[in-house]
Ligand binder design. Structure first.
Ligand code: DGY
Length: 321
């Protein structure tokens, strides 16, 4: 008897609770590995499936989209979808979905972890203790920057930007934000004030980025923008690497244009611009924004819900227009 379950391609191994559900509900094209598939394997997998779950490292170009004639939905296991040629998907009538909301808290929390770790030199402290060279408390050891009461500048006031801003209350940090246009004051707390990009960069003690990667935001922060920042300021990025010109950032850090940076994302992941890893005033994480078990399971469930909706002829709850 033929298997009545729809065929699903998953490009990467997802957390166990998600894998248990997809193995039960779908015929898998193949068991996924915990590694990026080669582009040819990705294209082949997409061609064999009714639905696919792909991740942010999978580049889905027009060629792959047009070749996958059987595919009805591409469920991107991420909120960002810069890895997919949306125009080609629209032309071909392929539905693309993402996973908003369920990773907002995880990403906002990690932004604060990175912000505090960078300002308070947490990684340097950890290395010192582990090295066996720590000789005990000193009044002048690893002095960091005070965060409480300082001005927080947020670029991008979507869901994650707002969640980061809400967490600033406990640190008594005035919030300034920049987005494409000021958001109606009725939908944001009055204390969160809009600034132009230049004003925000010149005013903030900590700048954190929460815009999607688009042609407009590519290298939004380059040499000129870094020069607008204070020499005592920190730059945090948990959004997408190419929003910052990484070479210009390394120069700015090496020459003291800004004080430090906390990065979770890179221009050419997993590679980094040369010189970055040598800088002590930088904290580097391996793209952990949504990396809690809770968020990663919820992201999988959102993908599965969207797939069921499309295969059953209903509107996908998280369709990217
Ligand atoms: C996203 O969802 O875009 C995140 O970067 C994944 O961790």
């Amino acid at each position: 008897m033929t298997d009545p379950r729809p065929t699903l391609y998953i490009s990467r191994l997802l957390p166990d609770p998600v894998m248990a559900i997809v193995r039960e509900r779908f015929q898998l094209v193949q068991e996924p590995l915990d590694a990026l598939p080669a582009p040819s394997a990705l294209r082949e997998g997409l061609c064999q499936a009714d639905a696919a779950i792909v991740t942010l490292g999978d580049r889905i170009d027009a060629e792959a989209i047009h070749a996958a004639t059987r595919l009805k939905i591409l469920a991107n296991y991420a909120v960002g979808y810069n890895n997919i040629d949306l125009m080609a998907a629209r032309q071909r009538g392929l539905i693309v979905t993402n996973t908003p909301d369920v990773l907002t808290d995880a990403t906002a929390d990690l932004t604060w972890a990175l912000l505090l770790a960078t300002a308070r030199r947490v990684v340097e402290g950890d290395s010192l203790v582990r090295s066996g060279h720590w000789t005990g408390w000193s009044p002048i050891q690893l002095l960091g920057a005070e965060v409480s009461g300082k001005t927080l500048g947020i670029i991008g006031m979507g869901r994650i930007g707002q969640a980061v801003a809400q967490r600033a209350v406990g640190f008594r940090m005035p919030v300034r934000y920049h987005s494409r246009q000021p958001i109606a004051t009725s939908s944001l707390p009055r204390e969160w004030e809009y600034r132009s990009l230049q004003e925000l960069l010149s005013e903030a003690d900590v700048v954190t980025i929460h815009v999607p990667l688009t042609p407009t935001t590519h290298h939004l922060i380059g040499e000129r923008e870094l020069s607008w920042m204070r020499p005592t300021a920190f730059l945090i990025n948990t959004a997408r690497g190419p929003i910052i010109d990484e070479g210009a950032l390394v120069d700015a850090l090496e020459t003291g244009v800004i004080a430090g940076a906390g990065l979770d994302v890179y221009e050419q992941e997993p590679a980094m611009h040369s010189g970055l890893a040598q800088l002590k005033q930088v904290v580097l994480l391996p793209h952990l924004g949504s990396a809690t078990l809770h968020a990663r399971v919820q992201m999988g469930l959102v993908c599965v819900n969207n797939i069921h909706a499309v295969l059953e002829g209903r509107p996908a709850p998280n369709q990217i227009p």
